[in-house]
Design a binder for this molecule. Structure first.
Ligand SMILES: Nc1ncnc2c1ncn2[C@@H]1O[C@H](COP(=O)(O)OP(=O)(O)OP(=O)(O)O)[C@@H](O)[C@H]1O
Length: 245
């Protein structure tokens, strides 16, 4: 087995996966550097979600390798992968997946509580992140009383609050209005940068991908090419997203 490069927090080699015989990934290799924001782009059905599921250990690829910080994920059993996801990864889905019985701060604090953080500390962190995402006033409200944009901000706050190594965001703003979309994305990327969190962001929206450091375009489950952002230096890209979160 070839060892992954030291500076890649996530490294995957030659991933192949089919859903019920229909190929979704056909030989995708990708490395994600520590602290990087990587956009996985492509039209609907190009394999973005399947790739994120494989990289985050939700799905074991039928062929190929996935490594996290030089530890093989593809050979882990379900329990170890579940623990890895709980302790090291955050996940933001296209639709906010919140616990309906819990209020906003409880939803945000949930990953911390599951890791055994003291209740008081988890609540403080949850409330702080809701404030940063401009939804502090919603802290005690249940998800069904909130707007879609507010619910998605809670999902973003939940992913960030746990200080994961990597956040996987699958079309995180697909269900939002334009104004909400920009705010949520800029908050996610700037908070990730300032907290050193690596982000793997799946999107079919070229505008969303401009917030990333690098893009991996997929087409029919295959990588097309890897490109750096044209004309935007690393410093400029980071400065463009510098919100105080
Ligand atoms: N659970 C599943 N069962 C059967 N086929 C699936 C399943 N999930 C994905 N596929 C198929 O695998 C291919 C890749 O899908 P995937 O969702 O990974 O792509 P995507 O780029 O994320 O698309 P989208 O933007 O529509 O979510 C598509 O042809 C899709 O129809």
């Amino acid at each position: 087995m070839e060892a992954p490069p030291d500076n890649d927090v996530i490294w995957a080699r030659s991933l192949h996966h089919s859903h019920n015989g229909s190929p979704a990934l056909s030989g995708v290799s990708v490395g994600v550097h520590d602290g990087e924001i990587l956009a996985v782009t492509g039209p609907r059905g190009s394999g973005k979600t399947t790739l994120l599921h494989c990289l985050s250990g939700q799905l074991v690829p039928q062929q190929g390798e996935v490594w996290f910080n030089s530890v093989p994920v593809h050979t882990m059993g379900p329990r170890l992968r579940e623990r890895l996801r709980r302790d090291k990864f955050g996940w933001i889905a296209p639709e906010p997946q919140l616990v309906p019985e819990l209020n906003a701060w409880e939803n945000v604090a949930l990953p911390l509580l599951l890791r055994g953080a003291p209740h008081r500390e988890a609540k403080k962190t949850g409330l702080e992140w809701l404030e940063r995402l401009d939804i502090g006033v919603c802290a005690k409200k249940r998800p069904h009383t909130l707007l879609q944009g507010q619910r998605q901000r809670i999902a973003v706050a939940r992913a960030l609050a746990a200080s994961p190594s990597v956040i996987f965001a699958d079309e995180p703003t697909a269900a939002l209005h334009r104004a909400d979309r920009t705010h949520v994305l800029r908050t996610l990327t700037s908070a990730a940068r300032s907290h050193g969190i690596t982000v793997v962001l799946a999107t079919h929206d070229a505008e969303v991908a401009t917030l990333a450091d690098r893009t991996v375009p997929l087409l029919d489950g295959r990588p097309v090419a890897t490109v750096a952002l044209p004309g935007v230096s690393d410093a400029e890209g980071r400065a463009a997203c510098s919100l105080s979160v």
